[in-house]
Design a protein around this ligand. Structure first.
Ligand SMILES: NC(=O)c1ccc[n+]([C@@H]2O[C@H](COP(=O)([O-])OP(=O)(O)OC[C@H]3O[C@@H](n4cnc5c(N)ncnc54)[C@H](O)[C@@H]3O)[C@@H](O)[C@H]2O)c1
Length: 261
């Protein structure tokens, strides 16, 4: 039996997911580190989690596949007995940035499957488990389960060379609203974090472009975002600092969403 709070973090081997796993470990969490292909990065993340004061396990699952989502939940519950937090983090960028007028369906289908369908139905599965826990009296009023989804500034910013990505992220905002509305009666709060541009492998190929834009002041806080910036936002929500907020959006974007004149 695990006495620590338990979080599932999807796509936690590297990047933002790893930053989230470590920030939760600093709060003492047991973290289910979900990964798809690279077991080594997941194991590295587990070491970092343990070094930060937490514990966890690594769990392979492609979140776009129903059977693997089911396995992920069943493995987590078998080991940890309950889920206190789900962080929908896993996501992909298009393999090729293609103009809206010529972009193909294959990329659209891939992005919707991984970035939107995966979290939508994983949330459904985990929410059912959380409701069961709440009904069984597993949680105190201060420690009710929570769900956090990592969307993006692309949820509302039109990038015409990656419409598929933008649509998938906009869908995650509705996922947040829907589950927030549905789960409030059980005391399960649901949140969205919208990162701006964060320094990870995903953004490595557009590094020079964003270096120049940051120098030009594309957002007021003139630096790259870091995985820890998102991790600390997740940790703050996980700690229970926002009990009277649900469906809430947290911008972790250096102020990109500000309009200025
Ligand atoms: N880096 C940014 O600037 C940025 C900005 C806003 C939002 N985001 C979002 O944050 C999340 C993490 O991004 P990142 O920059 O750390 O990217 P990343 O590519 O470094 O990490 C993504 C992780 O998700 C995993 N993953 C991919 N497909 C998966 C699947 N089907 N099942 C399970 N895991 C899968 C990958 O293996 C990888 O470990 C993504 O959803 C991304 O869209 C990133």
């Amino acid at each position: 039996m695990i006495s620590r709070p338990v979080a599932i973090v999807t796509g936690a081997g590297r990047g933002i997911g790893r930053g989230i796993a470590v920030a939760l470990a600093e709060l003492g969490y047991f973290v289910v580190i979900n990964f798809t292909k690279n077991q080594q990065t997941a194991e590295e993340c587990l070491t970092l989690v343990r070094n930060a004061g937490g514990d966890g396990l690594i769990a392979r699952a492609d979140i776009s596949r129903a059977d693997e989502r089911k396995n992920l939940l069943e493995t987590s519950v078998a080991v940890a007995n309950r889920i206190d937090l789900l962080v929908n983090n896993a996501g992909v960028a298009p393999e090729v940035r293609a103009d809206l007028l010529v972009a193909d369906e294959a990329s659209f289908t891939r992005l919707i499957d991984i970035n939107l369908k995966g979290p939508y139905f994983l949330t459904q599965l985990v929410a059912r488990q959380m409701i069961l826990q709440v009904e069984q009296g597993t949680h105190t009023a201060e420690e009710l389960p929570k769900i956090i989804t990592i969307s993006s500034i692309s949820a509302y910013t039109a990038s015409v060379t990656r419409g598929d990505y933008c649509i998938s992220k906009a869908g995650l905002s509705m996922l947040t609203a829907l589950y927030a509305a549905r789960l409030a009666e059980f005391g399960i709060n649901v949140y969205e974090i919208r990162p701006g541009v964060i320094e990870t492998d995903m953004t490595d190929e557009v590094r020079d472009k964003y270096d120049a834009m940051i120098d030009d002041g594309v957002w007021p806080i003139r630096r790259w975002g870091r995985p820890g910036d998102v991790g600390h936002a997740v940790a703050s929500i996980a700690r229970g600092d926002f009990p009277f907020s649900t469906g809430e959006i947290f911008n972790v974007d250096g102020g990109f969403q500000l309009r200025t004149l």
